[in-house]
Structure formats: structure tokens, C-alpha cells
Design a protein around this ligand. Structure first.
Ligand code: SF4
Ligand code: SF3
Length: 548
């Protein structure tokens, strides 16, 4: 019997699955509780779907399910007690929906474990979380398992984006309906590979919708990202480092730090916050500190001040830094203080007071990086870009969006960006950019050769830009554009970005540094044959192939 089974991210052990402990540091107990949370959410969603079929609208579980899925994303939450609390809440919600349906004389299959299991002590939760029916491996057929997990990972990614949009007051109930439908479908043994492939593409469709709503939320609240130089040096004041993807948390932190003498820096996926007009007004919003998530151990030590995680990616901290790390939203780590919202407001006083007692950050680099090339900014430059394509000054665009990670094989992306010919432009989004955003790649007639649209969800901007170019050049097919896709993936948000691109009809996407371990050989074949998905080889071979 294995301690756990998880193969949801790119760094999974041996490329096949973490079975003893997560490469990410996730302990078996946490992995199993995450499986149990997913199992509980599937139970809830199956009831919501059944109710809908009977004409009964149930909305009480929508956000709860979205948030629960978000909590299970790689490196978001390592807190067993928090998982037990949320699963307990899931059982209460499930039973409340059950009562509603029974009262309306709806027939339920109460022989099904997913609708009837209970637990109350942590030992009972642990025992249930280790049972066979809860594991990913409960689905014996490896192709069906592969497709089911591909869908659930996509749904996790779209749930994260949906939750951010909700925090800013934007939502579309069609997305919640789809999430319930997808989770419920994963319990249906009558669905074969064809139906699950169709559901995979539908997941991509809702991925596009989720990213579109989040884009609308971010740009309505904070303005359209614009070309921005971001300082990577430091000031001499004590400071707070904010990581993750939640801009609402950043907004509240900025408001609460005004006049306190405490500065704020972004980390990893929070870097693109600097591109939004709304955050430019704060004098204490100094710049970005460090690189992508995986370098945090060293960088948090030299930052000296408190760190706020608003989402993934947390590397399990050890020693004194645990006392400086705070979490919010879907993120969590045992021993780190979790800040909850009360009536939509998070009180960051404790973090600010702690910052005042700690030294200013130690400088680890100096200079500036440039970003802010989301759709509106690129459209403003459209004439210049189109001319450059027409005159041949720009021969090709390379979409290099996605995630960064700790594997040495990701040096590929630095070398790839560096070796691309000078008449090419890189379009990026997500933390993948930290592999090449400090290289001097130059510009083409004033257009920088590296255009950073923002966070991983801003891959949506890259799709919008591609669709606009297709329209301008009057092309039939998005694949006729001079755009190549060389995407780096790590966690489940990259999975939804990939599925969104597939749904939009993009073909021949290269995915690295390795193909997902959760793709069975047959499912991988379908992706290769239907969509032209491929892995990566050496930089020289790949550049030759892309330009060939
Ligand atoms: Fe392993 Fe990745 Fe799962 Fe962590 S999230 S346990 S590294 S597969
Ligand atoms: Fe990075 Fe974790 Fe995916 Fe939002 S912060 S892209 S890995």
C-alpha cells in the first residue's frame, strides 16, 4: 500500500506519481485529505446536478466548491487542520442539500458512499482519506483515470481564477454550473473516453470564460495594464513582501500600509500588479523582490520582513521564517498565521506591526524589468506591430507563457529565449518569465522583444491578441498566424491555460519541460494526433524546427 498518490504537477516523482511524500513537500496525510476534499466536493456537485435536473436551483455550494478545489492546487495549502475543517463543512453542506431534496420528494441513491459517509474525529477523517475509493487510483482503467484527472486539474485551475474574479465582485453562474457538471460527470462510470475528451474541451471553453471574467474584474477595478518599468532593487525602509495572485489582497495591504513607514514589494506572480494604473499611486509600492516561487527559501531569508501568501506557490518553510509568513484565501501552512476576511475586509495590522520591528530588505539585485503588455496596451501598439510583421522586421512570435519550477531542465527556457533570432518577439505570462525576463533581449523598432502580459491568467490576453491579429490579417485559422507556442507548465492553472488554448483551436503547442505524468500513453496519443501537442528537445533542434 502506498502512503499517497498524487501526479497533478510537472515535478511529480519519477514523472509518474508521488507515493511516499510529495516532491513539493506535501506530506501523505495532506495529500490524502486533499483527495478526501475532492471526493466530498464531487458528492455535493452530484446532488446539485441532480437537483437541477429536477428543476431545483441550488446555489449554496457554488463558491464553497470553487474554493475547495482552489485549496488543492499544488503548493497552495499544506494545513491538515484546515482541510479537516473544510471537509467537515462539506459534509454539512452535502447533508443540507440532501434534506432539501428529500423534502421535495426527490429520489436519491442513498446506497452511494459518497452521499452517506461521515467522520467527526481527525482519526476518522484520516482513516477515510486513506481508503481506496477516495484515491485517484480508485479509477482502475488508466485512460479513464487520465482523462478524469486532466478534467479535474483543469477545473481546479479555472476555479482559482473564478474565485479571484468573485473576490472583485464579478461572477457568472454558468461557470459554477459547469464545475458541478464536470465533478458529477467524473463519478459516472458510463462515460467513456470520447465523452471525457469532449468534456475536456468543454473545460477549456469554461477556462476561457473564467479568464475573461477575471480579466474584466481586474481591468474594471484597477485599469488596463500599461507599459511599466519595475524596480528590482530595494529602499532602506522595513517592508512586506506579497506573493501569489490575489490583487484584492494587495489593494487592501496597500491601503493599510499608507502612512505606516512600511514599504511593499511584490514576489513572483504578484509582479504584474505594478502594471495596473490603480497601484501606481502608492509611493510605498517599491518594486519586485526576487524571482519565481521556487527560489523563495533563499530570497525570503534576505528579504528580512514579513511575507504574505495570497495563493500558491508556497515552498514549505522551516525555522525562523515560519514566524514571518502569513497566508490568506485558499493558501495555508501549519504554524503560519492565516488572515481571514471579515465582511470582505482583511486586517493586515499584525503583518504591518511585525514589519516595523524587522530590518529593511537586503539588496540582491538592482535595475528594472519591463512589463504591462496585456491586450489593451498591445492594441494601442497594433499599428506598429502590424507594420513590423508586414515589413518582415518581426518574423515570428513565440508564446512562452506558463509556470516556472525548480528543475534544472528549465534552463532550457533561458537558453531558448536567449538564442531566438533577433527578428522574433516573445509573448509571456505567468511565472515562467523569470527564466528570461532579466536578459537584455533588445527591441524591434521600439517594440520590446519580450512582451509580458501579466500573471498566468493573463494568458487570456495573449489569446485575445492572437485573435485580433487573425482578424487584422483576415486569416481563416488562428494557426495561420506566425505564432509558435512553447509553453512551460508546472501546476493546474497551466493545465486550464492549455485546455483553453486547445478549445480556441490552437494546434502544435509544445509543452515542457516534460509532458504531464497524468497522461496515459493512449490519452497522450490523442493529444498528439488531434492537437499536435509535443514535448521539447534541445534548444537548437527546437529553434530550427519552429523556424523551419
Ligand atoms: Fe507530487 Fe506535484 Fe502532487 Fe506535490 S503536487 S505531491 S510534487 S505530484
Ligand atoms: Fe507560478 Fe506557482 Fe504556475 Fe500563476 S506561482 S504561474 S507555478
Amino acid at each position: 500500500m502506498e502512503n499517497m498518490f498524487c501526479f497533478q504537477c510537472q515535478e511529480t516523482a519519477r514523472g509518474t506519481g508521488c507515493t511516499k511524500v510529495g516532491v513539493c513537500g506535501k506530506q501523505p496525510e495532506t495529500a490524502n485529505l486533499q483527495d478526501l476534499l475532492i471526493y466530498s466536493l464531487k458528492g455535493i456537485s452530484s446532488l446539485v446536478v441532480q437537483a437541477k435536473e429536477e428543476g431545483i436551483e441550488i446555489r449554496e455550494a457554488d463558491l464553497f466548491v470553487i474554493h475547495g478545489l482552489f485549496m488543492t492546487i499544488t503548493n497552495a495549502n499544506f494545513d491538515n487542520n484546515r482541510f479537516i475543517e473544510v471537509i467537515t463543512e462539506a459534509l454539512a453542506i452535502r447533508d443540507s442539500i440532501k434534506r432539501t431534496l428529500v423534502n421535495k420528494n426527490i429520489k436519491l441513491d442513498l446506497s452511494s458512499d459518497i452521499l452517506t459517509w461521515t467522520a467527526s474525529t481527525s482519526e476518522e477523517f484520516k482513516a477515510k482519506s486513506e481508503s481506496n475509493e477516495v484515491s485517484v487510483l480508485a479509477t482502475e482503467n488508466e485512460d479513464i483515470r487520465s482523462l478524469r484527472e486532466l478534467i479535474i486539474y483543469g477545473v481546479k485551475g479555472l476555479s482559482a481564477y473564478t474565485h479571484h474574479a468573485f473576490n472583485l465582485g464579478f461572477e457568472d453562474t454558468k461557470i459554477y454550473d459547469f464545475v458541478h457538471k464536470a465533478l458529477s460527470a467524473l463519478l459516472d462510470d458510463s462515460l467513456g473516453a470520447d465523452e471525457l475528451v469532449a468534456l475536456t474541451l468543454e473545460t477549456g471553453q469554461f477556462g476561457v470564460e473564467a479568464m475573461a471574467i477575471l480579466d474584466k474584474a481586474n481591468t474594471t477595478k484597477y485599469g488596463n495594464p500599461e507599459i511599466t518599468e519595475v524596480n528590482i532593487g530595494v529602499s532602506n525602509k522595513p517592508a512586506i513582501l506579497i506573493s501569489g495572485h490575489d490583487l484584492k489582497d494587495l489593494e487592501q495591504l496597500m491601503e493599510q500600509t499608507q502612512g505606516t513607514g512600511v514599504d511593499v514589494y511584490t514576489h513572483s506572480e504578484m509582479l504584474p500588479a505594478h502594471y495596473y494604473p490603480a497601484f501606481k499611486k502608492y509611493d510605498n509600492f517599491i518594486g519586485n523582490y526576487g524571482n519565481a516561487w521556487w527560489a523563495q527559501k533563499k530570497e525570503f531569508a534576505s528579504f528580512n520582513g514579513p511575507i504574505l501568501f495570497t495563493t500558491n506557490c508556497i515552498v514549505p518553510p522551516k525555522g525562523e521564517v515560519v514566524n514571518r509568513i502569513f497566508t490568506s484565501g485558499a493558501s495555508g501552512f501549519p504554524g503560519c498565521k492565516h488572515i481571514v476576511a471579515v465582511d470582505g475586509k482583511k486586517d493586515f495590522t499584525e503583518i504591518i506591526e511585525l514589519a516595523k520591528t524587522l530590518p529593511a530588505p537586503t539588496e540582491i539585485e538592482t535595475g528594472k524589468i519591463v512589463g504591462g503588455f496585456a491586450h489593451a496596451q498591445v492594441f494601442a501598439l497594433a499599428d506598429k506591430v502590424v507594420d513590423a510583421v508586414k515589413t518582415g522586421a518581426i518574423k515570428k512570435f513565440f508564446v512562452m507563457a506558463g509556470c516556472d519550477g525548480r528543475m534544472k531542465s528549465r534552463d532550457y527556457y533561458t537558453e531558448f529565449a536567449d538564442k531566438l533570432p533577433k527578428d522574433t518577439v516573445i509573448l509571456t505570462a505567468g511565472c515562467a518569465k523569470f527564466r528570461y525576463n532579466k536578459l537584455d533581449l533588445g527591441d524591434i523598432g521600439g517594440i520590446p522583444r519580450l512582451l509580458d502580459a501579466g500573471q498566468c491568467n493573463d494568458s487570456y490576453s495573449l489569446a485575445v491578441i492572437a485573435l485580433k491579429l487573425k482578424e487584422i490579417f483576415a486569416l481563416e485559422d488562428i494557426n495561420e498566424l506566425p505564432i509558435a507556442y512553447n509553453i512551460a507548465w508546472y501546476e493546474q492553472k497551466a493545465v486550464i491555460v492549455l485546455l483553453a488554448l486547445l478549445y480556441l483551436g490552437v494546434k502544435d503547442i509544445h509543452l515542457g519541460p516534460s509532458l504531464p505524468g497524468f497522461l496515459s500513453p493512449n490519452v497522450a496519443n490523442v493529444l498528439v494526433e488531434t492537437f499536435g501537442i509535443a514535448g521539447i528537445r534541445s534548444v537548437d533542434e527546437d529553434i530550427k524546427m519552429f523556424l523551419g
